[in-house]
Ligand binder design. Structure first.
Ligand SMILES: [Zn+2]
Length: 494
């Protein structure tokens, strides 16, 4: 008896509720510029606080200058509040307003930024002039347009892989965060130009291997740099398979596609900014990075993003930190302290990130790489041209700081077969430090080498490979400076 009544009431309430939710958002057809905004309005709960995911109102907020989408009514309110607003553009097409806000008056990317074609061409020039210092190899093809994704190896003998600490720098998992590509390209220029002339650069190239992937998400980067859509974040996948690409906000978030707690990160909403795709490594861009990680064991790496002037590192997992937390934090703190913020008031912050689906938990958890995300710049993903040289220069300082940690302290173990002397891939394990949150660390097959950055002290070491006698060393002493070398010969079991 009560059931039909209940249903009736439910329907009665549901209808107005539904209508309220479907009311369309105000059409903001004005683009305003507000200059010289007081600091109090910019912070936390201020009237013009910036949220980098929701740019339906505040498009960018660089230093004290805002680009804002507004209705006539909102403009009136802002004027009443005393904000001096200039109308830069009025258009019924929101994409035109975004172009004006983020590209500037010409509505296309400023030439201070590079397209992928330009980056690739510049790299080819450098390789032609210095074949001994730099080589290129393809690590994959993009998901939608099958464009090649390139990695570069730089050292004093770049034609071959050498048993040295290897570091990786990549840009543009997120398409609109183009500063990453610019920083990696600037690093490439600096390394090639500096070899033989700059003592620090020469030392790096003589003792390390440096790998660069200027652009991971090549299709998305092209959408931004071609002038099509400066907001584009994800890759170019035609998610709804309607044969049309480049209509915002389609695509898959390439920085939510790694198979480390994949389901805990990103979202399963295809139009959300962090759509993770249908399964881990569904996107070719992620498979390209995995392919690269399969080719070479990296010691340290940085993945460049924008924005926030903060470094995210692995990790905070519930209340647990990463097994190598002390070492990671020491290095990340040092890198951050070398990167001055745009306002000149101190340096980048550091924060542990969650242990899910992004690049740094995967590189760390699965591959033992101390990987971090650096969110460069503040208040936009695409910065006004005048800001670009400063952000690059500061981040090159951060890179120099990171490279200084590739010399240790730490343990450098070389594992060989006792009979054949051939290098072996084996588990090189510190059971008092490692726990079940991370995969076992291994020596690489190529050199039998496993390097691990550690604080000075005594460590319990286990070296294991199936079919060989396990080596247990309860008190390996790691020196306070440099790499402590250890040669382990595994004897085959008869
Ligand atoms: Zn990002």
């Amino acid at each position: 008896m009560s059931r039909p009544i209940f249903l009736l009431i439910f329907i009665g309430f549901a209808v107005p509720g539904f209508r309220a939710e479907s009311a369309s958002p105000p059409i903001r057809n004005l683009l305003l510029e507000i200059r010289g905004i007081p600091l109090a309005e910019l912070a936390g709960e201020g009237a013009l606080a910036y949220n980098d995911y929701n740019r339906s109102r505040i498009v960018s907020l660089v230093r004290n200058n805002a680009m804002i989408l507004a209705t006539q009514d909102e403009l009136a309110v802002l004027m009443e509040q005393g904000f001096k607003s200039t109308i830069l553009m009025q258009s019924a097409d929101p994409l035109q307003l975004y172009r004006r806000a983020l590209y500037g008056p010409d509505l296309k990317l400023d030439p201070v930024y590079h397209t992928y074609t330009q980056i690739t061409a510049r790299a080819a020039e450098l390789m032609k002039d210095h074949p001994e210092l730099m080589t290129r190899f393809q690590i994959g093809e993009t998901t939608q347009f099958n464009q090649p994704i390139f990695a570069y190896r730089i050292s004093n003998d770049a034609q071959r892989v050498i048993d040295r600490p290897a570091l990786l720098f990549d840009g543009c998992h997120h398409a609109d965060e183009v500063m990453g590509a610019e920083i990696v390209l600037a690093l490439m220029e600096k390394l090639i130009a500096g070899y033989g002339t700059d003592a620090e650069v020469t030392h790096w190239l003589d003792t390390l291997e440096i790998y660069l992937v200027p652009v991971v998400n090549v299709d998305g980067h092209n959408i931004v740099t071609s002038g099509h859509d400066p907001r584009w974040r994800k890759n170019a996948r035609d998610v709804n398979v309607d044969g049309v690409t480049g209509v915002y906000p389609e695509g898959v978030d390439v920085n939510r596609g790694y198979d480390f707690n994949w389901a805990m990160g990103g979202s399963n909403n295809p139009v959300g900014p962090s759509y993770r795709g249908v399964h881990p490594f569904s996107e070719a861009e992620n498979r390209a990075m995995r392919f690269l990680a399969d080719q070479r064991q990296f010691l340290l790496s940085i993945s460049y993003h924008s924005q926030g002037e903060v470094i995210y590192y692995p990790w905070v997992w519930g209340k647990m930190s990463a097994p190598d937390d002390k070492v990671i934090k020491r290095i990340v703190t040092d890198v951050a302290s070398h990167i001055t913020r745009m306002d000149g008031e101190g340096s980048y912050a550091i924060a542990p990130g969650g242990p899910s689906s992004q690049s740094y938990p995967w590189f760390y958890g699965r591959r033992g790489v101390i990987d971090m995300i650096i969110e460069t710049g503040k208040g936009s993903h695409l910065f006004p041209p005048g800001e670009v040289p400063g952000i690059i220069a500061e981040n090159l300082n951060g890179i120099a700081a990171l490279l200084s940690h590739a010399t240790g302290p730490g343990l450098s173990v070389r594992v060989t077969d006792a009979n054949t002397e051939k290098p072996l891939s084996a588990e090189v394990w510190l059971p008092r430090i490692d726990n079940e949150t991370v995969d076992r660390r291994s020596s690489d097959a190529q050199f039998g080498r496993a390097r691990r950055l550690l604080d000075a002290g005594k460590y319990y070491l286990v070296v294991f490979r199936k079919g060989y006698g396990t080596v247990v060393m309860p008190e390996v002493e790691v020196n306070s400076v440099g790499w402590t070398e250890l040669s382990i010969r595994l004897t085959p079991e008869s």
